[in-house]
Design a protein around this ligand. Structure first.
Ligand SMILES: Nc1ncnc2c1ncn2[C@@H]1O[C@H](COP(=O)(O)OP(=O)(O)OP(=O)(O)O)[C@@H](O)[C@H]1O
Length: 726
């Protein structure tokens, strides 16, 4: 039948192209509307570039099989195709957003079957209608039939428009249950019982209707074919071909999209695994690192200890040899000629040998000992070396301290422990120093490391803001560097208030009087970098170990320019000085998680202030809750700080007599913030005795003085109040 068709009746591809062009140009205006329409928004996930997709959609299929099929069905498809004028009317109506206005072929007087949705008629004349040049709507009322597959025939128009690529326009079938023409939604006209379901009509409301597209899960290579998407591929709505799914995604047959959820799940699983690995490994890495550090620290400490012991043994042996040489000399004097060695020669030899050994020893203690062996060899063989050794060493040390990278952990620890040993030896020597000795040591620029701070206060009065209540009255005195001052008094006497006033931390109070720092009237806040304050309450991090707490503070509060070996030295010194070696790796603990003991916790509190190397240290009841030996341990550590010239001032409650004697000065306050005594601890008993207050035997003097101030003990002077120095 197709073969019988004469060539002019077959619409040329050019005609179809022209129709597409017209449709396309009309749709350009529509595109922006359509792009923002619900239709596109709903499916935007599968349309990567909506504009391009739409443009593509209005390219007509080059496969004209739908047209030949139509010719076979109608025999005169060319006379049924819409002209440019009809297409324009159609799209103008569509553009206006209104229902299609029936054209002249479908007005109320000339309504034909082709005006129904899905139906079309041929032109009334036998003349060839040139779709390209026709500007008038031709009369088209003859031989009305259902619209061909692959075309759409809107309501009110009696011609066919080819469906664009990506759409699927089959001929409808009647659904007896609903009475509608599937897959479209129109009904058969009621007055025409012989009328069948026609072709597509739905371009009439393309902006709101998604049925125009090839449905999701199917692909339509032409607008008359719809094929289910095969497994491993996916077909979003309007597909003309299948799209391959990515690897690792599951695409069943008729898949509308790639199962990207699988990607999401896999990504989450991978991330969780990585995080889990990092979490577990980080814990393990930290533990391993800690262990490694601990090992190198212990090894360094052992080496230093052994060297110190060896040195002590060598010294003892040398002393014995010296003694022996002198004895021997006296015994055999006269028996040898003058050429023989005198005892002083022997001693000289011993001294020389000792010097050499000392040199080796210091080399081994120094972090520089691990410098290249060639360098060491050069030093020992070069005769000029020894004279310039000291200056060389200094220069290299300077260089080394600037260049932190050449230190390994074991070198750093060896350096720290050898320094600590030296300091201990020095402290041993200075153990019996008098106050003036300590001061001269602290002021000696060779040994002094920290600036000295002296605080003098005169008539310091603290008044509660708004209430005019005096918490402290006219307290006068001085706290000096290198000394430990205890502030004592009954509960509520104003000890904490006094400490806070001196430290510039009195909140909600007015402080009057004069406070001089190093004899200058200056704000205490400008000295805050060298002032430590240990409050009554904990300031430790319970979830960190003791060492971590100290390091946290060292890193935050010590100068960033300070080389790491020096920071290690400071932290190790504090750990050593407060006797925290055994608990350095223990967790401090929280309410939920038990950690170190209360006494150890107090020491950590003090330690985190000591790592900043303060010149002035205030402590509010650091020994409260500690037994006598723990308190003494803490006081001994503070004493070592005082030996370096640190000015220490602390509130203390009920000290044992031994502890009491470890303080240098005492400020005794009575209730109402009155000063009872301010002077050396050694003279307090004498002072009270002068007032007729004699401490009975077997009574702890500090306890007795507090009892007197509390009024619990009657004394001969109780009534006269000679006690208070206002
Ligand atoms: N901000 C404040 N508001 C109200 N009263 C205050 C304030 N600060 C201190 N006081 C009062 O001042 C007095 C002294 O307090 P402070 O804490 O200095 O005493 P303390 O001698 O340290 O006592 P304790 O030994 O019991 O700790 C107390 O009676 C206290 O109630």
């Amino acid at each position: 039948q197709i073969d019988e068709l004469s060539p002019p009746q077959l619409p040329s591809p050019a005609s179809l192209d022209f129709l597409a062009e017209v449709a396309y140009s009309r749709l350009e205006n529509l595109t922006s509307d359509i792009l923002s329409s619900k239709l596109v928004q709903d499916y935007s996930f599968c349309i990567h570039d909506p504009e391009a997709e739409w443009n593509k959609a209005f390219n007509f299929s080059s496969d004209l099989s739908f047209l030949t099929a139509c010719l076979a069905k109608t025999g005169d498809a060319i006379r049924r195709l819409c002209t440019a004028a009809e297409v324009e009317v159609y799209f103008n109506n569509l553009n206006g957003g209104s229902y299609l206005q029936p054209n002249q072929n479908c007005n109320s007087s000339s309504w034909v079957s082709g005006c129904e949705p899905g139906w079309a008629c041929r032109t009334d004349t036998e003349d060839q209608v040139d779709p390209r040049n026709s500007h008038e709507i031709p009369a088209r009322r003859s031989d009305c039939k259902s619209c061909c597959e692959g075309f759409f025939c809107p309501y009110g128009i009696t011609c066919m428009i080819p469906c664009p690529l990506g759409s699927y326009c089959p001929v409808a079938t009647l659904n007896k249950d609903t009475g509608r023409c599937d897959p479209y939604t129109y009904r058969l006209p009621a007055a025409q019982p012989n009328h069948t379901c026609g072709g597509a009509n739905i371009w009439a409301d393309a902006r709101t209707n998604s049925e125009v597209f090839c449905s999701a899960g199917q692909y339509c290579p032409t607008n008359i074919e719809s094929t289910p998407c095969s497994r491993g591929n996916y077909c979003p709505m309007g597909s003309t071909d299948e799209k391959r799914c990515f690897k690792l995604t599951t695409c069943d047959s008729k898949a509308e999209s790639q199962n990207i959820h699988a990607y999401g799940v896999m990504l989450i699983a991978a991330l969780s695994t990585i995080l889990l690995i990092i979490y577990n490994c980080s814990d393990q890495i930290l533990t391993t690192r800690e262990r490694r550090y601990a090992k190198s620290r212990e090894a360094a400490a052992r080496t230093v200890r052994e060297k110190t012991q060896a040195r002590a043994r060598w010294k003892a042996a040398k002393e014995a040899a010296k003694k022996h040489a002198i004895e021997l000399q006296s015994q055999i004097s006269g028996k040898f000629s003058k050429k023989n060695l005198t005892s002083s020669d022997q001693v000289k030899i011993l001294d020389n040998t000792e010097n050499e050994t000392t040199y080796d020893f210091s080399q081994s203690l120094s972090p520089l000992s691990e410098l290249s062996s060639a360098e060491t060899e050069r030093k020992t063989t070069d005769p000029s070396h020894k004279t310039s050794e000291a200056s060389d060493n200094k220069n290299i040390k300077k260089k080394v301290s600037k260049d932190k990278e050449i230190y390994t952990h074991s070198q750093i620890f060896r350096y720290a422990y050898s320094q600590l040993e030296k300091e201990k030896a020095q402290q041993q020597q200075n153990k019996n120093l008098t106050f003036s000795g300590v001061i001269s040591m602290a002021t000696n620029p060779e040994t002094r490391k920290r600036p000295l701070v002296e605080i003098a206060f005169r008539d310091v009065t603290v008044t509660l803001k708004g209430k005019h209540k005096n918490l402290l009255r006219s307290v006068t005195g001085k706290i000096k560097p290198g000394r430990i001052t205890a502030i004592m008094g009954p509960s509520g006497a104003g000890k904490t208030t006094f400490l806070s006033a001196l430290a510039g931390k009195a909140v909600g109070c007015t402080v009057s009087g004069m406070i001089l720092i190093n004899r200058k009237s200056a704000s205490i806040h400008s000295y805050r970098k060298i002032i430590g304050f240990v409050p009554q309450d904990d300031i430790v991090h319970g979830n960190l170990t003791v060492e971590e707490n100290l390091w946290f503070n060292a890193r935050c509060r010590l100068s960033a320019d300070l080389p790491k070996p020096d920071k290690v030295l400071i932290v190790e010194r504090v750990i050593d000085s407060l006797g925290m070696q055994a608990i350095r790796g223990s967790l401090v603990g929280t309410v939920e998680k038990r950690g170190i003991s209360g006494g150890q916790r107090k020491r950590v509190n003090v330690g985190i202030e000591l790592v900043m190397e303060p010149s002035l240290l205030f402590l509010d009841e650091p020994t409260s809750g500690l037994d006598s030996s723990s308190s003494q341990l803490l006081l001994r550590a503070l004493r070592r700080e005082a030996l370096e010239g640190v000015n220490i001032c602390m509130v203390v409650h009920q000290p044992s007599y031994t502890l009491f004697q470890m303080f240098d000065d005492l400020i005794l306050l009575a209730k109402g913030g009155l000063t009872v005594y301010h002077g050396p601890v050694k003279k307090v008993e004498e002072y009270f005795a002068g007032l007729g207050i004699i401490v009975p035997e077997r009574v702890n003097p500090p306890d007795y003085f507090i009892d007197v101030l509390e009024g619990m003990v009657k004394t001969s002077s109780s009534s006269g109040d000679p006690l208070f120095r206002q």
